[in-house]
Design a binder for this molecule. Structure first.
Ligand code: NAD
Length: 393
């Protein structure tokens, strides 16, 4: 089949298998070039895209770790392509196999008890039968809480007041003002239930109870803060409430892990184009400005560069880290957004933000780089791929 990008709203409903494969290979190659004396057995929850995929690649190809990956993706059926994450996982497995790293992949709902049980069985079947690092990198629209059967949905809305701000339709290049009314109490609670830390805590409780965590095991989940101009919609909005909950649960997880010398962290990552972030108003315009400024300064990173740097930071003292030597902020978070939040970048941003419009978008921002990264996520627009060729989906 000849596969073209097909858009519906914020997502591309097709994915190119050869392009996705190239994408994973490029990231694996970067990871291979950065050897890290890091964890040896790693569980990644949310391993087929964005930051989670980059973590699994770093674990396998920088650290030579065996990995278990959990994700929720759709295989191809009839003339419908698989999701990008499904192709990414196939490519990951091929490369990990070639490098002699053991791997087990579980495609199912990570929020469910069943997938947690399946994962524990998978960990037990690996050499050693335990993991020394658990990455929690889910971004999902819905969650069914397995303990009470309640279904929750997450929304991206401001809290307590309406939000009006600039955003961009990155397909047409139109910059316009968008207004979003405040979330209801139910919407706030729903977003916290889906994107907060409760499920992370459930995972660690189950893993600990089943003896699947090695002594001194670490776990990390990801957050975002961003500059003031995105706070109303992100940090102070529904998703920010969920991230506050993630930090609260991090404290609880820390108490659980401390008994065996382990540690839990929230890492605050850079804002990047992923399937999750492209759905947030304002963020695409902000990211296209940040891309421009950071590329000019030579400090731009993608998911793989961010995650390799994170692993290097955490494991700088070797595979058994000295937790107290890992640099953290006043709230104990690892700040991988340090280069994004650098004063020179943020003051440049403020100046450009005031001026940016439909007319000067291409000149003031790196909207071209944003678009490129968006299509690349689905395997399109990648050099060396013949998009006119008939491919097996
Ligand atoms: P993503 O959409 O690229 O990846 C999400 C992953 O979760 C995929 O592997 C997907 O298959 C998996 N997933 C979704 N629902 C699932 C389910 N029910 N069961 C199993 N797997 C499921 O997302 P991302 O942008 O990499 O986000 C990961 C984390 O990083 C989130 O917590 C996000 O808030 C955080 N973060 C993202 C950014 C950003 O700019 N993208 C910045 C900082 C922090």
């Amino acid at each position: 089949m000849i596969v073209h990008p097909k858009m519906r709203g914020f997502i591309c409903t097709t994915a190119h298998p050869v392009g996705c494969n190239m994408n994973v290979r490029h990231q694996a190659e970067y990871a291979r070039q950065h050897k890290i004396n890091g964890p040896k057995r790693v569980l990644v929850i949310g391993s087929s895209g964005g930051y989670g995929l980059a973590c699994r690649l770093t674990a396998a190809f920088s650290c030579k770790a065996d990995t278990v990956g959990v994700f929720f993706d759709r295989p191809a059926s009839g003339s419908r392509t698989a999701t990008a994450g499904w192709y990414n996982n196939v490519s990951f497995e091929k490369l990990a196999g070639q490098d002699g790293c053991a791997f087990i992949s579980i495609n199912g709902d990570a929020y469910s008890d069943e997938v947690k049980k399946q994962t524990i069985e998978a960990i037990k079947s690996l050499p050693g039968g335990q993991v020394d690092l658990v990455i929690y990198s889910l971004a999902a629209p819905n969650r069914v809480n397995p303990r009470d059967g309640q279904k929750h949905s997450s929304v991206i809305k401001p809290v307590g007041k309406s939000f009006t701000g600039k955003t961009v339709d990155f397909h047409t290049g139109q910059v316009y003002e968008t207004s979003i009314s405040p979330a209801s109490e139910d919407e706030i609670a729903g977003t916290v239930a889906v994107m907060g830390g409760e499920d992370w805590l459930f995972w660690i409780e189950e893993l600990k109870k089943s003896g699947s965590l090695a002594p001194k095991a670490a776990t990390m989940a990801f957050s975002y803060i961003g500059p003031t101009l995105t706070h109303d919609i992100y940090k102070d909005g529904t998703i920010g409430r969920a991230k506050e909950d993630l930090e609260e649960k991090c404290t609880m997880i820390n108490s659980l892990l401390a008994q065996d010398g382990g540690r839990a962290y929230v890492a605050v990552n850079k804002g990047l184009v992923t399937q999750a972030s492209s759905a947030i108003p304002v963020v695409p315009l902000y990211i296209s400005l940040i891309y421009k400024l950071m590329k000019e300064k030579g400090s731009h990173e993608g998911c793989i560069e961010q995650m390799v740097r994170l692993f290097e930071r955490v494991y700088s003292g070797g595979s058994q880290p000295n937790w107290d030597s890992i640099p953290v902020d006043e709230k104990g978070r690892i700040r991988m957004d340090d280069w994004e939040m650098d004063d020179s970048i943020q003051s440049g941003l403020d100046k450009l933000w005031a001026k940016v419009s439909t007319e000067n978008l291409e000149e003031l921002t790196d909207i071209a780089g944003y678009r490129e990264d968006f299509y690349r996520m689905f395997g399109f627009g990648i050099k060396g791929v013949d998009y006119q060729a008939d491919v097996e989906i």
